[in-house]
Ligand binder design. Structure first.
Ligand code: MG
Length: 453
């Protein structure tokens, strides 16, 4: 199986197989050519394979005359923020985010830390595929210098947000457990929590890339965090993925709550300070509809992918946006998912509300999301089945933003072809897990019967 995935957001592959240094060096020269030999911010998550990728990319960037600012091990949002502050021509983050340890990847950003548009991505891949890179002569090669200020700068930017009140948080004397999975958030998040005035208990906060759990911070991977929250009688637990752009929450009752709540709670808080449009992906929870209605603001839905959310947020001047994966975008800091700002916002909300996190959660109408997939022989068959679904459900309230989403009262089901593997994803949401499960299963049965026909 070919494990190399080249998409709008970057490249991912398996170390020792498809994630080859030749490919990385060539992406280095392609990117250096794409940004016309400007300033590039380079950083990586804590995976041990990051060093190999770093050397290969660096070689390509220097060969094309780039002035590389190296941040070392650093969260993705921190790298993008530094690129913005330095007005860099672009940035490269070496990370496979929430993928298992055998994976690594590279994510590109264009000028000032903004994610590549599909057009920019196509231009970069064109340079790469057609060897259109422009190498510099011996006297015009690039350079590299280290910069160890990015974490401090990110923290101070968060602490300076108008609605963060450190004195107030200190007075609440919150006890917080933070689980960084020994990933890129291992230094910044415990430090940020301490500067916010919390008592901090660290779990997996050595940035050595030895992941003690699966790096995707979904409830089923957070049992150890739950145990420690319970044993320490903590007010809240937080977990990041490998590059710390996502945030998951464990309640004071030691329950890992759905990742959907990170965006929901953060939106509720931000909208209480500042009214404006919100943006979420098509498969993000209906809880976001409730939050938007509660504050009387419009909610816009986009296709999955941070890039799509960002584009829409900029267009409608949204005050917050994100995905149900625990990735939240705060435009006051920058246009990318930021696990650290999300953490500070949730802490401020907790301190201000004088409630517990489980009380805050119980004030929001509950829904349950089920996510399943069906293996499909080819992308063409997947296209045909999606088309068939659009026809079959044509008389219902459907939305075609991302695949076919059938919206009913208090429930929906979304049928969507995957961009990266030969599968159709079927997501459903309803008031209870049983109901969501039933809806998902019956839809899958329907699709399978079309495949047999
Ligand atoms: Mg990530």
């Amino acid at each position: 199986m070919d494990t190399l995935i080249i998409s709008v957001s970057g490249v991912r592959g398996i170390v020792g197989e498809s994630f080859h240094p030749n490919l990385l060096a060539r992406f280095g020269t392609a990117f250096g050519t794409f940004i016309k030999a400007g300033k590039v911010v380079l950083g990586r998550d804590s995976r041990p394979s990051g060093e190999m990728a770093w050397h290969a990319l660096l070689s390509g960037l220097i060969a094309t005359g780039c002035e590389v600012v190296d941040l070392g091990i650093c969260p993705t949002p921190t790298i993008l923020l530094r690129a913005k502050d330095l007005s860099a021509g672009g940035s490269i983050t070496i990370t496979a985010s929430h993928n298992p340890i055998e994976w690594n990847g590279i994510e590109f950003a264009a000028s000032c830390g903004s994610l590549l548009t599909p057009e920019q991505s196509a231009e970069l891949i064109n340079i790469y595929e057609n060897y259109k890179d422009k190498l510099m002569p011996h006297d015009k090669l690039g350079s590299v210098k280290q910069d160890d200020t990015a974490v401090e700068r990110h923290i101070s930017k968060i602490l300076n947000l108008p609605y963060i009140d450190v004195e107030l948080i200190k007075n609440r004397r919150l006890k917080v457990v933070i689980d960084c999975c020994n990933g890129a958030g291992s230094v910044i998040s415990p430090k940020l929590l301490r500067e916010l005035g919390c008592e901090v208990i660290e779990l997996g906060c050595q940035p050595d890339g030895k992941f003690p759990r699966h790096p995707e911070p979904v409830p089923e991977h957070l049992s150890q965090l739950c145990e420690i929250v319970r044993a320490q009688n903590a007010d809240i637990g937080f977990a990041h993925d490998g590059d710390a752009d996502r945030l998951a929450i464990v309640s004071d009752k030691a329950e890992a709550i759905s990742n959907e709540y990170t965006l929901v709670l953060a939106s509720d808080f931000i909208l209480s300070k500042r009214k404006g449009p919100v943006v979420a992906t098509s498969s993000t929870s209906m809880m976001m509809d409730y939050i938007a209605q509660k504050h009387g603001v419009p909610l816009y839905r986009t296709k999955v992918g941070v890039g799509n959310v960002v584009q829409k947020m900029q267009k409608v001047n949204a005050v917050i946006g994100g995905e149900g994966t625990g990735g939240v975008i705060f435009p006051e800091i920058h246009y990318t998912t930021d696990g650290m700002t999300a953490l500070a916002v949730i802490i401020q909300q907790l301190a201000e509300s004088k409630a517990t996190i489980s009380e805050l959660v119980s004030e929001i109408p509950q829904y349950s999301i089920i996510k399943k997939k069906i293996e499909i022989p080819t992308q063409e068959i997947a296209d045909a089945l999606t088309h068939k679904a659009a026809q079959y459900y044509a008389n219902e309230n459907i939305n075609l933003t991302d695949g076919v989403k059938i919206i009913r009262k208090d429930s929906w089901v979304n049928i969507r072809k995957s961009g990266t593997e030969p599968v159709i994803r079927v997501f459903s949401e309803a008031k209870t897990t049983e109901e969501a499960e039933r809806l998902c299963d019956s839809t899958m049965e329907m699709i399978k019967s079309w495949m047999r026909a």
